[in-house]
Design a binder for this molecule. Structure first.
Ligand code: ATP
Length: 253
């Protein structure tokens, strides 16, 4: 059963159309990796679905209900949570306080502060530390925990590993794997394509505001994803001595 149905969604920034008449569905329990180069429209899409950015056309349905006109807090109450790029924690509040604030007026469900601490063991010792004093990985774990405190049915995580040390990325993904194994529906944006393909069961690639690839992980090769990502056929082999192109948008290996 589809938990999310997006039909012909359009959103932009001023005259720039960042999400172009985009349609997609997400089934309950799926883990979807949303990938694409910088500026492809991933963050705008997620923010529009979450109600943090206004759509100019199209519709978003959650569990069959049209939520297109709802404010973001109303979408949270219906089970949609977004971990935004940059995390946006309350810096002056402790980890515990950030979690408790998110849990106020939350949907009923299994997630409590204790359960978040269990899912993200690194947070237990940081309970009374202010968010502004946390490392990037600790902030990301807190931000995901904060989203879980709303007891979401559908969790979006934007830029899971951006700016994190490799060891922190491992820890965050370890906890996410437990979430996913528990049957949560997760859509994650990830620059690290290898990680995304390891954790997801479906990959969606965006380019210039549109979906250019949507496939089950088992049905698609890495080369096909890379081609969709860049919008050009991937080089099969670099000339001897040539270095790979290094940009923020390059697929990390
Ligand atoms: P990134 O990986 O860099 O976050 P993205 O795929 O998430 O990229 P978006 O951030 O959604 O892409 O950006 C889509 C387009 O919208 C880009 O052309 C970007 O420059 C533009 N854009 C994004 N945010 C704004 C903004 N606040 N004001 C104006 N243009 C914006």
């Amino acid at each position: 059963m589809n938990i999310l149905e997006i039909d012909s969604l359009r959103a932009g920034h001023g005259l720039l159309v960042a999400v172009q008449d985009l349609s997609l569905t997400v089934a309950e329990g799926e883990t979807v990796a949303l990938v694409g180069a910088n500026g492809a429209g991933k963050s705008t899409l997620l923010r529009t679905i979450a109600g943090a950015h206004r759509s100019t056309a199209g519709s978003v349905r959650l569990d069959g209900e049209d939520i297109t006109a709802l404010a973001s807090h109303q979408r949270v109450q219906r089970g949609l949570a977004l971990v935004p790029e940059g995390r946006r924690l309350f810096g002056d509040l402790t980890v515990w306080e950030n979690l408790v604030v998110a849990g106020r007026r939350a949907r009923t469900g299994p997630w409590t502060v204790d359960r978040v601490m269990e899912a993200f063991p690194m947070l237990t010792a940081l309970r009374d530390v202010r968010a502004s004093n946390l490392s990037g990985g600790q902030q990301q774990a807190t931000a995901i925990g904060r989203a879980l405190m709303t007891n979401p049915r559908l969790l979006f995580v934007d830029e899971v590993s951006l700016g994190l040390a490799p060891v922190a990325v491992d820890a965050v993904y370890e906890s996410m794997a437990a979430l996913i194994a528990g049957g949560s529906t997760v859509v994650l944006v990830e620059q690290d394509l290898s990680r995304a393909l390891r954790v997801a069961d479906r990959v969606i690639c965006m380019l210039n505001g549109r979906i250019v690839l949507d496939a089950g992980i088992a049905q698609v090769s890495r080369a096909e994803v890379t081609e969709a990502y860049f919008g050009v056929p991937a080089p099969r082999r670099l000339p001897d001595g040539a270095a790979p192109v290094s940009t923020k948008s390059a697929v990390r290996r």
